[in-house]
Design a protein around this ligand. Structure first.
Ligand code: HEM
Ligand code: HEM
Length: 188
């Protein structure tokens, strides 16, 4: 787990990698909970996993804000994209991932605010009960679910592209976000 804090043109730095892999784990938990809910219905495992949905979703929203700031701060030194249409497709893909990572929890938080229920992620009361405002709830009622599943589809596309880079083109992309210096060296 070595490496420098800031990104370099060769490799994402420690902070970017911690944010990427930490958030990937949290997203895996978030989606796994919903898949369990859809397959098992009312069940103690569902209650356990979905019981953390609001708290983990709120944490993810906070982390994506930090990640955006960090990405902008490092924009000139982080690894670049390949030339041509593939590079533009990667830029577009990463842009859409960021947009959905932001919009999906933001809409849900707005709905929670509009519901007038108290807000207490991780048991910490951040907001008392207030009046219900239907118009603040409408956007998430319409879009939280479909946009969240769209985000999962995009993540699947992202992972498939990473696997193609790694196993078919063997161009060392994996090492840019990886932890293992030996793997990185092996790619060169
Ligand atoms: C990035 C973070 C989040 C992801 C990936 C996510 C994902 C999802 C998914 C996939 C569903 C649909 C489940 C189904 O089809 O039955 C869902 C539903 C739900 N989520 Fe989230 N969520 C996130 C953040 C949040 C937050 C922050 C809140 C609350 C403040 C929240 C509250 C809800 C609620 C109440 C539902 C059930 C109603 C509905 O389908 O809209 N989520 N979420
Ligand atoms: C097993 C799962 C995953 C693998 C193997 C993986 C792998 C990678 C790799 C190797 C890179 C560097 C690519 C490059 O240099 O251009 C990268 C970048 C990136 N990944 Fe993933 N990733 C995974 C999950 C995710 C998830 C769940 C998300 C978001 C929801 C995500 C979002 C991003 C973004 C936005 C970038 C661009 C760099 C940044 O701004 O952080 N990845 N990923």
């Amino acid at each position: 787990m070595t490496g420098q804090i800031f990104d370099t043109p060769e490799r994402y730095g420690l902070v970017s990698r911690l944010l990427h892999w930490g958030m990937a784990l949290l997203f895996a938990w978030q989606f796994a909970g919903m898949v369990v809910k859809l397959s098992l219905g009312r069940h103690p495992v569902t209650a356990f996993m979905v019981g953390t949905h609001v708290s983990i979703g709120t944490l993810l929203f906070t982390l994506v804000l930090l990640r955006l700031v960090w990405a902008l701060f490092n924009i000139r030194r982080r690894p670049g994209h390949s030339r041509g249409w593939l590079g533009w497709a990667a830029r577009l893909g990463h842009g859409c991932l960021y947009a959905l990572m932001l919009i999906v929890p933001a809409l849900a938080l707005l709905r929670h605010y509009g519901s007038g229920r108290p807000f207490e992620p991780f048991g910490i009361r951040l907001m008392e009960a207030s009046t219900r405002v239907e118009s603040l709830m409408a956007p998430a009622n319409l879009a939280h679910r479909p946009l969240a599943w769209t985000l999962l589809a995009l993540i699947a596309g992202h992972v498939i592209m990473v696997l193609i880079h790694h196993f078919v083109w063997r161009d060392g992309f994996w090492a840019r976000m990886g932890w293992c210096r030996r793997a990185e060296a092996g790619q060169r």
